[in-house]
Design a protein around this ligand. Structure first.
Ligand SMILES: [Zn+2]
Length: 94
């Protein structure tokens, strides 16, 4: 996995553990070149999902886009970030 800070491709996994009720694996990564730390998530992708917009137009499902919208909607509500991840995983699974 390429380092998002310096572009080095040789980064190390420091720790892997199940996340989001075991539907994802969270890996903490470290870049020996710049000392940067970042996290990646590994998920099953069963098939490509398509979103039908209200205009009838179709576009590829984008998990990040959905996550951003839900986070904005939940901003001032007492909802844990982990709960939002579970919510999205549930929607994707169904
Ligand atoms: Zn780096």
């Amino acid at each position: 996995m390429r380092c998002p800070f310096c572009g080095n491709v040789d980064t190390q996994v420091k720790d892997s553990r199940p996340a989001e009720d075991n539907v994802a694996i969270r890996r903490r990564r470290f870049c020996p070149a710049c000392g940067g730390r970042f996290t990646t998530y590994e998920r099953v992708q069963l098939r490509d999902l398509v979103v039908v917009k209200s205009s009838g137009r179709r576009e590829d499902f984008d998990r990040t886009k959905m996550e951003r919208s839900i986070r904005i909607a939940m901003q001032k509500r007492p909802v844990e970030p982990e709960r939002i991840d579970q919510m999205i995983s549930g929607i994707v699974r169904r």
